[in-house]
Structures are given as structure tokens and as C-alpha cells.
Design a protein around this ligand. Structure first.
Ligand code: SF4
Length: 85
């Protein structure tokens, strides 16, 4: 599990984004959907990028939903789970 990082999306929503690196299989669909937020590191596992806030909330949600193993966890500011529901 990576550390949860807090982002303010381009449309002003504050979210915490975390990646379960044990689950991640490096499929990179998250990178294709939200390239400012996600990248693969040298272990071919997803990481969040400092530029993540340049993505819209919907793009980050679409990326999380695109992950075949549901390894992207999104919470609101208070730590309430937004995705996976
Ligand atoms: S889509 Fe999921 S499995 Fe693929 S790289 Fe992103 S987090 Fe990992």
C-alpha cells in the first residue's frame, strides 16, 4: 500500500488517492486515463504524481474504475471511501 496523498483536482474537489501496490498488476489503464495523476515506477507498479491535481475528479474516478484489480482507492477529505464503494 502506498501512502495516501491529498490532491485538489482541477475542478476543486479534495480527495485522497492511494494505490494498493500488492494488488497492482501494472496494467497501466490508470496511466492511460489520467496520465497527470498516475505513472508506473521501475517495479511496474502504479504511483501517484505531484501533478495529479491537474486531473479532474471525474478523470481520477474513471481511472480508478478502469483498474482491473481495483487497486486505486479514493477517499474524501474526511477519509470516507468514495471508491471502491
Ligand atoms: S490500472 Fe490498476 S493494476 Fe493497472 S497500473 Fe493502474 S493501479 Fe496498477
Amino acid at each position: 500500500m502506498s501512502d495516501a496523498k491529498i490532491f485538489t483536482t482541477s475542478d476543486g474537489k479534495v480527495i485522497k488517492v492511494q494505490i494498493d501496490r500488492d494488488l497492482c498488476i501494472g496494467a497501466a489503464t490508470c496511466v492511460a486515463v489520467a496520465p497527470k495523476m498516475f505513472a508506473l515506477d521501475n517495479e511496474a507498479k502504479a504511483i501517484t504524481l505531484d501533478t495529479g491535481g491537474e486531473e479532474s475528479f471525474q478523470s481520477v474516478m474513471d481511472a480508478a474504475k478502469s483498474c482491473p484489480v481495483a487497486a486505486i482507492i479514493i477517499e474524501d477529505e474526511q477519509g470516507n471511501k468514495i471508491y471502491p464503494a
